[in-house]
Design a binder for this molecule. Structure first.
Ligand code: ADP
Ligand code: MG
Length: 288
């Protein structure tokens, strides 16, 4: 991905990773919505994600993109003297932290992605989950501060963007919902994996692909697990083998699976990984 959020050198000329001729297309009739989550940790300089996303759109498969921003948020928090804290893979967000999260996620990261996609020939529209009331959320765990648990998803603004032939790029921010009657509107941050899972479920997506910075789910001996049943995934999630940022990924896959999505966690650092997975190559970990 050619994002320069962390001061990388300008990108080298665009490499193209064309989809194989047998790639799924809208015309094949077998395609529904594809939700793709791109990880904060894969917003780097080596991967081909942006090119792959643009290639998908050229091939008539217009995915819904949900992005995180982990590393970039941490960098900006450090710059502002706010120390990032995580609890069970979820970021703890206080009122000041929330401002940085929203500015960085819905601003810088979202727009850098949109402009990178545009440079790769794609038409993308960046929105946050708060726009058009796509995502509503409540503070569920006060320990995590301004972090929301999704209560409602309205995918219609996403569908409107898709209907215009544009690629929706969603930042994981939601409209906060509270029981206090006169509380003014507020924003909540949501884990991007969670958003991807909820959006996939709400849209009845055919596929959910989560790109991350490991090969997939690794077992206790750090070997890749190619496939897990729903039940095995639940067991593994509750075991000590899975920790940190992998927990919400498994939860997201399980959520999307409730409506039958093909759910995969793949290595976003590998060139062409997204195209391979769209072409049905069994890479990473599939759940279900
Ligand atoms: P992202 O930005 O893609 O969300 P995260 O750091 O949040 O990345 O989540 C991916 C991380 O989850 C991996 O880099 C790894 O450190 C961690 N992890 C914890 N348990 C496992 C596991 N069993 N298999 C693979 N990764 C795991
Ligand atoms: Mg994460």
């Amino acid at each position: 991905m050619h994002l320069q959020l962390r001061g990388h050198a300008p990108p080298s000329p665009t490499k193209s990773y064309a989809l194989a001729p047998h790639a799924l297309t809208k015309e094949s009739g077998s395609h529904g919505t594809t939700v793709i989550k791109i990880g904060g940790s894969t917003l780097g300089e080596h991967d081909s994600t942006v090119q792959d996303l643009a290639a998908l759109q050229r091939n008539g498969i217009n995915p819904v993109v949900v992005h995180g921003g982990g590393g970039v948020i941490s960098d900006w928090m450090t710059k502002q003297g706010v120390r990032p804290i995580f609890k069970d893979g979820l970021r703890v967000t206080d009122a000041e932290g929330l401002k940085i999260v929203v500015a960085v996620l819905a601003g810088l990261v979202n727009k850098e992605l949109v402009v990178s996609l545009s440079a790769a020939g794609a038409r993308a529209v960046g929105v946050s989950g708060a726009d058009g009331g796509i995502l509503k959320a409540r503070i569920k765990n006060p320990d995590l501060g301004y972090v929301g648990a999704v209560t409602e998803v309205d995918p219609s603004p996403i569908r409107a963007i898709l209907a215009e032939g544009c690629m929706p790029v969603v930042a994981p921010v939601a409209v906060g919902v509270s029981d206090e009657p006169d509380r003014p509107g507020f924003l909540l941050n949501i884990n991007a994996d969670t958003v991807a899972g909820e959006v996939a479920r709400a849209m009845g997506a055919e596929r959910l692909i989560i790109l991350t910075d490991v090969e997939g789910i690794l077992d206790g001996s750090r070997r890749l697990i190619p496939r897990l049943t729903q039940r095995q995934a639940v067991e593994l999630k509750n075991s000590r083998v899975v920790a940190g940022g992998m927990i919400p990924k498994i939860e997201a896959c399980l959520r999307a699976l409730e409506r039958g999505a093909i759910s995969q966690i793949i290595d976003g650092r590998k060139a062409g990984a997204l195209s391979e997975s769209m072409n049905g190559k069994p890479i990473g970990t599939r759940i279900g």
